[in-house]
Ligand binder design. Structure first.
Ligand code: URA
Length: 206
């Protein structure tokens, strides 16, 4: 439905640290975690709640409880750093890992793993991938979830390229996309400029 690029000062500050070439892997991972928490705060702002009564030590209180269940679909391997943070916020969420890599010659997505057995168990699935570059992996991930029967899907990433957000919106106009920033363009190798390099390599020191 919409592209949401965060305007939160903490997101901007932490993204600036994440981009630096001299940010070591341990700090890179910590920043991915913190940025994911902040972006998920925004991406879950429209989750419905239902009224509920609980007993405090003193009396009965009217509270709100989430009335939808959430699942996460991290795209391997760069999405792994985001799913740990996501599970801190929603520890009962189910996690559906999706193995999709980008063929370096064609830049096209290749699906090699999916944990989509049975029927969807969550009401809404959040696809997690830090980099929305060509958008092909994200499109493939949303396609896989929809073919499986997921009724609502959102995309949460850190940096997008205009090419990627366009491809994802063209393929899935109904999708909400949450990002920390939209950068200038892709280079010929499919990397986002100015970007941050390879998000998987920088997390896992490869
Ligand atoms: N994947 C990355 O890790 N970085 C990019 O810039 C593009 C795709």
């Amino acid at each position: 439905m919409a592209l949401h690029v965060s305007s939160h000062p903490l997101v901007k500050h932490k993204l600036g640290l994440l981009r630096r070439r001299d940010t070591p892997p341990w700090l890179f991972r910590a920043l991915i975690r913190e940025l994911t928490l902040l972006l998920l705060y925004e991406a879950t702002a429209d989750l419905p709640v239902a009224p509920k009564r609980v007993e405090t030590p003193l009396e009965v209180a009217e509270v709100s409880a989430l009335s939808q269940t959430v699942g996460f679909a991290p795209i391997l391997r760069a999405g792994l750093g985001m799913v740990e943070a996501a599970l801190e916020l929603l520890p009962t969420a189910d996690v559906r890992h999706l193995g999709i890599y980008r063929d370096h010659a064609t830049l096209l997505p290749v699906e090699y793993y999916s944990r989509l057995h049975g029927v969807p168990t969550a009401d809404v699935y959040l696809v997690l991938d830090p980099m929305l570059a060509t958008g092909q992996s994200a499109v493939a991930a949303v396609d896989m979830l929809e073919r499986w029967g997921a009724s609502q899907v959102k995309f949460v990433g850190l940096i997008g390229a205009p090419e990627g957000t366009r491809a994802l919106r063209d393929a899935h106009p109904e999708l909400d996309i949450y990002l920390a920033a939209e950068d200038r363009q892709l280079n010929d190798a499919g990397y986002i400029l100015p970007g941050l390099g390879d998000a998987g390599d920088r997390q896992f020191r490869t």
